[in-house]
Design a protein around this ligand. Structure first.
Ligand SMILES: Cc1ncc(C[n+]2csc(CCOP(=O)(O)OP(=O)(O)O)c2C)c(N)n1
Length: 323
């Protein structure tokens, strides 16, 4: 998998941006909760940044993406303008979904980001629709659906795998196996070692890759995209990863400390930093510049959010049945 030096610096900056956004969002939500002003559920993707950035690095603007409720990173990496992301997370009228969706329901048609979804596995069958539409229209757009290790046990996944494989539709199934579904370990959801191995049951490639390694992620995504664009059908990819945080802000951490520490040593941003140093793509001064650039962009986007009004309640039903 080859990236130019400039692309690698952009990947690093985007991963840092996602990380900073997750950390600042937690801070802001925590302050609100302290004031008794519950802002809604918040699921951090901290630790999973390489998957969002690596997969999107292989997609075009007009390719479709269906995300999950842990989708801030997907949204940023696919190209929703950052200020629209911050405004939506904090429920402002200028947000990507007009402030009615919040953290779990970012949506932006301009880049074919087809939304987060509060239903586990809910985006998967929707992805069949855009994949089929692309085939009918004769475009070579691909669709990516994201889901977790818990989501991999949903019937919707197996129905969609079966149909996409039979029809050879351009659909890429991306499992972010962060090893826990809320408080259930992956072994309580899947009786085999690798979720990716289930591709064999549908006669399609089932890849298993390190989700904390940008290069491994991009390599797997590239294989799947090439196959889908060539009309050869779907691919299932399992990325092994770990979320740095508990499931969401209102569920206490239950995972063993030693396990968490071990995964922190495999942090995807730290790893990419080491790789870029080794390749001579960036040095400490450059990392500092990229980190500052990400911080500035985020603070500007948060300022945009603060200046934005909340949605007018009379517009609540406006987009419910819109085409
Ligand atoms: C259909 C459905 N069942 C249950 C829930 C409650 N729920 C929300 S998140 C979650 C865990 C899902 O875990 P996983 O798919 O591994 O994704 P992760 O949260 O680890 O990213 C559950 C059970 C839901 N939102 N939707």
């Amino acid at each position: 998998m080859e990236f130019s030096d400039a692309q690698l610096r952009t990947c690093y900056e985007t991963m840092v941006l996602i990380r900073r956004l997750e950390l600042r969002t937690i801070e802001i939500f925590a302050e609100r909760m302290k004031r008794g002003d519950f802002p809604g559920a918040l699921h951090s993707s901290e630790g999973q940044e390489a998957i969002a950035v690596g997969v999107m690095s292989q997609l075009r603007r007009d390719d479709y993406v269906f995300s999950t409720y842990r989708g801030h990173g997907h949204a940023i990496a696919k190209g929703i303008p950052l200020e629209r992301v911050t405004a939506e997370i904090h429920g402002r009228a200028t947000g990507a979904s007009g402030g009615f969706g919040g953290s779990m329901h970012l949506f932006w048609k301009d880049v074919n980001f087809m939304g987060g979804n509060g239903i586990v596995g809910g985006g998967i069958p929707l992805g069949l629709g855009t994949a089929y539409a692309a085939v009918k229209r004769g475009t070579d757009q691909v669709t990516v659906v994201f889901f977790g290790d818990g989501g991999s046990a949903q019937g919707s996944l197996h129905e969609a795998l079966n149909m996409a494989a039979i029809k050879k539709w351009p659909l890429i199934f991306v499992c972010e196996n962060n090893h826990d579904a809320a408080t259930t370990h992956v072994s309580g959801n899947c009786p085999i070692e690798n979720i990716g191995d289930r591709g064999a049951a549908y006669g399609i490639p089932g890849l298993v890759a390190d989700g904390n390694d940008l290069f491994a992620v991009a390599e797997a995504a590239q294989q799947a995209v090439t196959r889908a664009r060539a009309g050869q059908g779907p691919t299932l990819i399992e990325f092994k990863t770990y979320r740095h945080r508990a499931h969401c802000m209102v569920i206490p951490e239950h995972r063993p400390g030693a396990e968490r520490t071990a995964w922190h040593h495999r942090d995807p941003i730290e790893k990419l930093g080491r790789d870029l140093l080794a390749r001579g793509v960036a040095d400490e001064a450059e990392f500092e510049r990229l980190r500052r650039a990400a911080e500035r962009r985020l603070e500007d986007a948060l300022e945009f959010m603060r200046r934005s009004p909340e949605p007018d309640p009379s517009t609540l039903a406006h987009a419910v049945f819109a085409p």
